[in-house]
Design a protein around this ligand. Structure first.
Ligand SMILES: Cc1ncc(COP(=O)(O)O)c(C=O)c1O
Length: 444
């Protein structure tokens, strides 16, 4: 890459502008300066433990400068998809222009190399082999590859999932009942639970359903941010011959981990949530030694059974999004996964710790710190219908200027979910807390 193209890129990143840089023919246009620029801004700040960094407001003010924020509303709904930091956004826009200009010439001759780099960086960040990861368009696509192509079921077997799982994935598991002649069983977890209580609930289900052969397990629930003890549940499942499909769509980047910590054989991810890639990037992980349990994508042949990319077929997809993964990972890693997790947990603790003493407010999800993330949910005690949650969400938005979202998948009823991002401030969390206090005084 020529010096001038690097300089052009640097200018684009620094100005946040959308100029058209003159890059090499197939340059993957990796934003070399993402990390450098970040380091310059935070120089001298935040050198302690993640918990100390989490409380260093000067550091997070600098981080916030890398994001364009909505005006006129405090947005505390970042569980849907992750906003790109401006260097990632600029990289993506530039890649979109370049690929559009080069069209099939790039797609047919340059894309494969760039895509391989995105796979390599994803695998490296997760601590797995490149032959164990395939990039997909989202976690929903990845889970369908697992569910439809799983070979390990006989009619009459039981497949387990839980109320805290992602609603569409619950539907997919239930679909196996008619499609595969198995018995789908949905477990109900306590609306608030510790790691031990969650583990006990799964252990009890394993005892109750000896014909269980497959479990959908959600690392972090999209309902209330609950973290389940994946490693322990997987170990218990494995002893009983139960395979586990782990849904890491919400957890990767919200929590900092590598796959050896979870020890799962199958997992699905989103990079467009907490890793901060453009929308349209997910991943599928299949442990090398478990590949034979997932059939190739319908119609694809893989006689040697050794190619994970034969398990998915993403067809024509957003080239620019796929090749922006290294830039997104650069930015994520520049902040530091552990720092990000600690900051998001800290922001959650700022409202949840105080809300704990509000007698009319019911908090949901993790009952101990290990079961909690930056995401959390609540409702007015006894008000569990969807209409109740909608009214509560609308009141918080209209009267207090704070945007949240309702979730309606829990067996215990609907709730309002709160999900700050790294650029939200303690003052904004205070605005939510003021709303909760007012609602506690006057619930209707
Ligand atoms: C826990 C969980 N699983 C799966 C998904 C599905 O993600 P996508 O729509 O990107 O496939 C989500 C999305 O919010 C989620 O939170």
């Amino acid at each position: 890459m020529s010096v001038s193209s690097v300089n052009v890129r640097r200018r684009v990143l620094l100005q946040g502008a959308c100029a058209m840089p003159c890059l090499g023919m197939f340059s993957s246009s990796r934003a070399q300066t993402v990390t450098e620029e970040f380091q310059q801004l935070v120089q001298g700040l935040a050198t302690g433990s993640p918990e100390a960094v989490a409380r260093d407001e000067r550091y997070w003010r600098q981080v916030a400068r890398f994001y364009e924020k909505t005006r006129g509303i405090v947005n505390l709904e970042h569980g849907y998809w992750g906003k790109m930091a401006t260097p990632v956004l600029n990289h993506y826009l530039e890649a979109t222009r370049r690929i559009n200009r080069q069209n099939a010439f790039y797609a047919r001759k340059g894309y494969e190399t760039d895509l391989a780099q995105s796979v390599q960086r994803t695998a490296e960040a997760l601590g797995v082999g490149e032959d164990e990861i395939v990039l997909t368009r989202n976690a929903s696509e990845s889970i369908l590859n697992l569910i439809r192509q799983y070979r390990g079921l006989k009619p009459g077997d039981v497949v387990l999932y839980a109320d805290v799982d992602y609603p569409a994935f619950k539907r997919d598991m239930a679909w196996m009942g008619t499609a595969r002649g198995v018995k789908p069983v949905m477990l109900t977890l306590p609306s608030r639970a510790t790691q031990q209580q969650i583990l006990d609930a799964y252990l009890q289900a394993f005892e109750q359903y000896p014909r269980a052969r497959l479990l959908l397990l959600t690392h972090v629930s999209n309902q209330h941010g609950l973290v389940v003890p994946v490693r322990e549940i997987v170990a218990a499942a494995r002893k009983r011959g139960i395979d586990v499909f782990c849904d890491n769509a919400q957890s990767w980047g919200l929590l900092d981990y590598t796959m050896d910590e979870l020890d799962v054989d199958f997992a699905v991810f989103n990079l467009h949530k907490w890793i901060g890639s453009p929308v349209g990037v997910g991943a599928l992980y299949i442990r090398r030694s478990a590949l034979h349990k997932i059939a190739p994508f319908p119609g694809v042949s893989d006689p040697e059974e050794n190619h994970i990319h034969n398990r998915a077929h993403i067809a024509t997809s957003n080239f620019a999004a796929m090749i922006s993964v290294p830039a997104a990972l650069d930015f994520h890693q520049a902040i530091g996964g552990k720092n990000k997790q600690a900051r998001l947990n800290y922001l959650r603790s700022l409202w949840m710790n105080e809300a704990e003493s509000l007698e009319r407010i019911e908090l949901l999800g993790g009952a101990d710190e290990a079961s909690r993330t930056g995401m959390g949910s609540f409702r007015i005690r006894g008000k569990t219908t969807i209409a109740d949650a909608q009214a509560l969400q609308a009141r918080i938005e209209k009267e207090f200027g704070v945007f949240t979202v309702i979730r309606k998948g829990l067996a215990s009823g609907a709730c309002v979910r709160v999900t700050p991002q790294v650029f939200n401030t303690p003052d904004e969390i205070e605005q939510l807390l003021a709303a909760l206090k007012a609602i506690n005084r006057k619930p209707a």
